[in-house]
Design a protein around this ligand. Structure first.
Ligand code: ADP
Ligand code: MG
Length: 231
């Protein structure tokens, strides 16, 4: 998908997505068709074919379910939600995956702030980012979640001890389908950015001094006043 996207800098997000989806779905389809044709011809009834076809189908399932999430209409009204609760829910969901890799997820201090949001969407953002952090870390270590207040914003920092993000690819993060992972979809950061923008907030990525990266999520404190979603 990479080559496809380099030329598409001026394309709309919708255009990039459509091009990406077509590309990402066509490859597995071509491969499944090929294996079915082999099986139909009865040339070589290899059990391995079934395994590969199922993997290709799972790839498409993963992409389509993430895309369905994007197209989900924002019917839920935003309301004040406890950040601590949303962070806890996310950490609980990912705890098993983290423990398997000897990674500790630490919430630095109690988070007392509430933000005005669609809870399931913001939980999805936390999930995408903490999951990336776990996936990035090849060695045991710590993922730290902390909160920092400014006059206008509540900032949540999610910091990992992974290898960090190479300068050359930093600007590509958030492009649909950009992934460096074997089984990645490259949709997590794009979806998260969109959700943050929809909440009049932002997502920024920093390189840590020591090692790893920090993802900073900023939520405006006065969202209620600028939002159209107030009933
Ligand atoms: P995916 O996880 O499916 O690859 P994402 O949009 O979530 O898609 O992430 C895109 C890419 O950004 C990843 O493939 C990885 O290269 C990079 N990335 C994201 N988070 C981190 C992180 N915490 N540390 C290092 N690289 C990261
Ligand atoms: Mg991801």
């Amino acid at each position: 998908a990479e080559k496809l996207l380099i030329r598409s800098e001026k394309m709309s997000i919708a255009g990039q997505l459509a091009a990406g989806v077509a590309h990402e779905i066509r490859n597995p389809l071509t491969s499944i068709k090929g294996f079915l044709q082999l099986l139909q011809a009865g040339i070589n009834r290899n059990e391995e074919y079934y395994k590969i076809m199922i993997e290709e189908i799972e790839k498409m399932e993963k992409i389509t379910s993430e895309l369905l999430f994007i197209s989900k209409p924002l019917t839920d009204l935003k309301r004040p939600e406890s950040l601590q609760e949303m962070v806890n829910d996310t950490v609980n969901l990912l705890q098993t995956q983290a423990k398997l890799k000897n990674i500790q997820i630490v919430v630095e201090q109690p988070i007392v702030e509430s933000i005005y949001c669609d809870k399931s969407q913001i939980k999805q953002v936390f999930l995408n980012i903490v999951k990336n952090a776990i996936e990035a870390m090849e060695e045991p270590g710590k993922i730290t979640i902390s909160v920092q207040n400014t006059n206008d914003y509540v900032n949540i920092h999610i910091s990992d001890e992974g290898p960090g993000i190479p300068e050359e690819i930093l600007h590509k993060l958030g492009e649909p389908f950009f992934t460096t992972k074997q089984n990645g979809t490259g949709l997590g950061i794009m979806i998260s950015k969109n959700i943050m923008e929809d909440h009049h907030g932002s997502l920024e990525i920093y390189k840590n001094k020591e090692k790893g990266s920090t993802f900073k999520l900023s939520f405006p404190k006065e969202l209620k006043k600028i939002s159209n979603d107030v009933p």
